[in-house]
Write a protein of this length. Sequence first.
Length: 560
Amino acid sequence: MSGGKDCRPWFEKHPHWFKEQTDILISAGFELVKDILSREGRILFVGHSKVDPERQIFVAFPDAFPSSAPKIFDTPPSKLLSRHHRIDTRQFCIFGINENRWSATRSVADALAEAEELISKFKDGNATLENQPPEPITRAIRYEPETAILVPPPISTFNGFAQLKSPTGKFRVKFIHEGDQKLITQGRGIIFEADFGEKKLNWSRPFSNYFGNNGKEIHGDWFYLQNPPTQESLYGVLNKCFQQIKAFKKANYYWLGLIFNEEVAGNGQSRLTWLIARANAEGKFHLLRTFPYIQQERYARIPGLEGLEQKQVTLIGCGSLGSKIAANLAASGVNRFHLVDFDYFEPNNSVRHELGVECFGLNKERALFDRLCSLNPAVAENSTFFYFQVASISPFNVEQKFYNLVRESDLIIDTTAIHSVSHFINELSFELRIPTLFATVTNGAWGGEIVRAIPGKTPCWLCWLDQYYDNKPPSAPASSAEIFAPGCDQPTFTGTTYDLAIVASLATSMAVETLLPDMEYADFSKNYIRWSGKDKNGKPVFLTETFSTNGQQGCWLCGS
């Protein structure tokens, strides 16, 4: 232990705090559970609610007290509160979201007062729900550990239940067990097919690629509920559905799903959700954590980026820097990519690349496509990958294909750091009138640059090159920074993934600003970002600068 001191619980470190809290609880009619203290070294008090005397209450002090609030919960015989009372742990939710109203200056008396207020307000279920945060029932259930089911679109987004003649149907799951199949303690699955009346929906790409032929195929029955179950009615609803299945089908295990609308985001808002359970022949339920995949819920987490899903980005160079920029854009909502590269992935590339060692030997653009799909499944339906070396010697029909890909784009991003490629892309972007970013890092990843060229708005990359060629961010000495692992015509460089990630984040920010020019704070006067992680001597500086590009007088390309 640090300083040679033993780890001690809070009540031994601060006995005056312990006495203070104990006096408050004893005066409120609570008793210390001495058996828990001697056996587990935890402080637990038991008593009864003043508002609801039949309700037994426990007060438990966390290890982090007083930095963290006391936890208050009751026992199953008591009726669950309609809000702010977890079904799985019976703990009361006090002091607001994430206990944001608790501070170390408060005492257990404040915690008791909060709990009593909740009991008074919500014990009968009649309180107004205005301005109450959502409490989806599926978030407060005790599930089987490390066991989950994914509900992919279009199954997750089917909402035509009102038109169905029957509120029941079938679904099929691919499930990969990671433990004893009889105990179903671990495993993950995905619904690959569901019948909704005469309509049969199947999983979409790339979800079908994730599991494919893996896993055991399982058949289940779903039940649509007009109203969501309550915390107290849940198991009764499950049992009623189970008895319906068991009446016409005999099996060792039964899979069933409940489909209903539950609250989400805010008061009065709801979305369709699934609750999936497996029951044995005796009706013992194992609840599986279920995740409906809904694209709109992705967008809700990234407000202000609406419209990115319609933009097409051509990425030239799927190496370390390009892969991180692409991953950032996909996670931010870009669904449409053309990925262009000609290189293969080496295991040692994983020190900086978005891909992992398991992608060895794969073409970078193909493997990166799969990675982007895992971050944003909509990429699978709208994107392409193209094995092509820009500015090389290729058949004309191959060059034509590349030209057509670029012509469809809203933004080109060049991360090759090859001057011949950048010259060519610069000319092509102005010919097609498409904005382009040129992103590079220096040797050793000591620094990085992002240059933006927008035909008709800014000078071109050649103008930038003429102005800033002799004023670049610091670079590690070539002798210690260049390596030639692939061959003398394909040098790579040394550098850390975290330095590269800074440049990628800056490039992503400029890319989003370019794709969404109506953003409130978009500024197209500064089109050169220079990041220096170190100075010319290698000392850390962490400096980000933005500059304007002055056009060359009479530039043959952009007419500056």
